[in-house]
Design a protein around this ligand. Structure first.
Ligand SMILES: Cc1cc2nc3c(=O)[nH]c(=O)nc-3n(C[C@H](O)[C@H](O)[C@H](O)COP(=O)(O)O)c2cc1C
Length: 336
């Protein structure tokens, strides 16, 4: 059904601490076609750590992409191969994260300063996996604001065989800003990403950063191949229930209701608990935005996030939350 569309047409961004397998299972209930990304997993963690724990996912999550953090080509190749063996549909390299560890030069946005190293990493990964190897990056680092900088980065990495670039349309300022500030303060410059698509029409270019509305998405899709949404998808997940119909011509999700999704999540919580003891609240935390803008949302959310209920079975918590839900879909005056 989705074959006429680019696999990167819609995606949910990789978000550390947020897009774990439970979160992705939830997002998949809302949209069948949107590509889902893992949290970043570093090559070091994967090579030395517990692969099962780091890479486990639910079959329902496909299509799902593994995001790697790292810079050593041999390590990236090893990690990419593990990712492919575990069944991921894509390996993505993080060249956009401005976290503290990048100061050591190990991964993330600082890699944009060394496009040759990124190209070597991409090549090393492509040599050992069949799934697509893609790169997520920024439009620049620090005060380097010229279009030529990002153009040359994409050009160099494309020469190594990367065909898909997901571009967060703001610079990363490596000094002086926290990762959170780096998602808010450097200005968005979408036009640079549109220009990349014009200059590299054969590459797949997806745009990311500050995109929250269906109309915005539709407008970007006129100019680039795909749109990646992060925070809005997490905080207001119901928007994703429209994406299959709006952007993939598939209206099978049209009859979906928040109640049905919540019930499916309750089943999932019970299953996860039975399988490996996962507590309901580690799963429920990802769906707290489900009723965003609906009557009773605040109280509903309070129940699902009430720490005093931690020892109670998920089904009891669900029944308590339901008591606050009204069928009227009117927005609340205050949803805080
Ligand atoms: C909590 C959080 C964690 C993030 N972790 C990652 C990450 O692991 N890898 C990555 O490439 N980007 C990460 N990002 C950045 C997002 O992928 C995305 O590029 C950014 O939030 C801008 O998109 P948005 O405005 O739609 O949220 C993270 C963002 C947030 C809010």
């Amino acid at each position: 059904m989705s074959s006429a569309f680019s696999p990167w047409r819609m995606s949910v961004a990789p978000m550390m601490g947020w897009t774990d397998r439970h979160c992705r299972y939830f997002h998949r209930l809302l949209t069948r076609h949107t590509l889902l990304y893992t949290e970043m997993v570093t090559t070091g963690a994967l090579i030395h750590g517990n692969v099962d724990q780091l890479l486990r996912f639910n079959e329902e999550e496909h299509p799902v992409a593994l995001q790697l953090g790292g810079s050593d080509p041999a390590d990236l190749a090893r990690a990419a191969r593990i990712g492919q063996e575990r069944g991921y549909d894509e390996i993505n390299l993080n060249c956009g994260c401005p976290s503290e560890r990048v100061l050591k030069g190990s991964f993330g946005a600082c890699l944009m300063g060394d496009p040759r190293l990124v190209a070597d990493g991409v090549k090393a990964m492509r040599d050992v996996v069949d799934v697509p190897v893609t790169v997520k990056h920024r439009i620049g680092i620090d005060r380097e604001e010229s279009y030529a900088f990002v153009r040359d980065f994409v050009g160099t990495v494309a020469e190594a065989g990367c065909e898909v670039f997901i571009v967060h349309a703001r610079n990363a300022w490596l000094k002086g800003l926290s990762p959170k500030e780096n998602r808010e303060i450097p200005p968005l410059r979408y036009e640079l990403v549109h220009r990349l698509k014009q200059e590299f029409p054969h590459l797949t270019i997806a745009i990311n950063g500050g995109i929250t509305q269906d109309e915005q998405i539709a407008a970007h899709l006129e100019r680039v191949d795909g749109v990646m949404v992060g925070r809005e998808a997490y905080h207001n997940p119901w928007i994703m229930s429209r994406w299959d119909a709006l952007f993939f011509g598939d209206d099978r999700q049209a009859a979906l209701t928040p109640e049905a999704v919540e019930l499916a999540m309750l089943d999932y919580m019970e299953r996860a608990h039975a399988e490996d003891g996962a507590p309901w609240y580690s799963i429920a935390s990802h769906m707290l935005g489900l009723r965003h803008g609906l009557r009773g949302a605040r109280k509903w959310r309070q129940v699902w996030s009430d720490h005093r209920l931690k020892s109670r079975p998920a089904r009891e918590v669900w029944a308590m939350a339901r008591a606050h839900v009204s069928d009227e879909p009117e927005p609340e005056a205050v949803t805080g």
